[in-house]
Unconditional design. Structure first.
Length: 243
């Protein structure tokens, strides 16, 4: 009788992704779940970041990678440049306090460098940022999360379909103008009175590797980037089959 052959298939290496302005790694974890190996870069000390990362200015680091050719290690780039200048969560407060325009807009220089890489990329921003194309908009309800957290994504060098925006189940619970509103979603931003606890934010966003409020309130839920990562890998596979 012929015995079955013991065949051990070597796993293909994960495509490597560069995560710029990485914060504590909400996006990074989603991309890792999708199948990428991830390296981060952030100007702040991020001991909770779950993967290898370079501490330094993200744009200077990207320019260095391009100049030295090291960018060729990567197959994809994600960038979440700071958005305090015109984000809808801060622009009203900034204007009322006379702070408007005090933050540097990093979206345009980020895009310029990303285009120079020749790699497919994503630029992420919250609502209110007019300087990016809204090629893709994602909401927590799409993934059954207890946050709404709309985020917009400009896709460079690739495309995917926009999923339907599901109807919200109710309000974001918390205090508004002296009145408390109940609802199925937590207010995962800011640090004012009536805001959810850190465990509530962690559970709502599916993030358990950091308990720093500032990192949680700035994070992308991993479900968003997992969706994007899988969409990109699927698009790449389809192109290879077509070729």
């Amino acid at each position: 009788m012929t015995q079955p052959t013991d065949i051990r298939r070597a796993r293909a290496p994960r495509p490597r992704l560069l995560d710029l302005f990485s914060c504590a790694g909400g996006a990074a974890v989603g991309y890792h779940r999708a199948g990428f190996a991830v390296d981060g870069c952030d100007i702040a000390h991020r001991p909770n970041y779950p993967f290898a990362y370079h501490r330094g200015d993200a744009l200077a680091y990207l320019a260095h990678l391009i100049a030295t050719g090291e960018i060729r290690r990567y197959a994809f780039v994600h960038a979440s440049p700071p958005c305090q200048d015109k984000c809808t969560l801060t622009v009203g407060t900034n204007a009322s306090q006379g702070w408007g325009g005090t933050h540097v807009d990093l979206v345009a220089p980020t895009r310029d460098l990303l285009d120079r890489t020749g790699l497919p990329y994503v630029i992420e921003q919250p609502n209110g940022r007019a300087e990016i194309r809204k090629d893709l908009t994602l909401c927590g309800e799409r993934f059954g999360l207890d946050v709404i957290r709309h985020r917009n994504f400009e896709l460079g060098g690739w495309t995917t379909e926009q999923p339907a925006h599901l109807r919200h189940r109710g309000r974001v619970r918390g205090w508004r103008h002296g009145r408390f509103y109940d609802g199925p979603y937590v207010a995962a931003y800011g640090n004012g009175g009536g805001k959810p606890t850190i465990p509530e934010i962690q559970a709502a966003m599916d993030i358990d590797w950091t308990d720093v409020r500032e990192e949680l309130t700035e994070a992308i839920p991993p479900a968003y980037s997992e969706f994007i990562g899988r969409a990109h890998l699927t698009a790449g596979t389809l192109l290879e089959v077509a070729a």
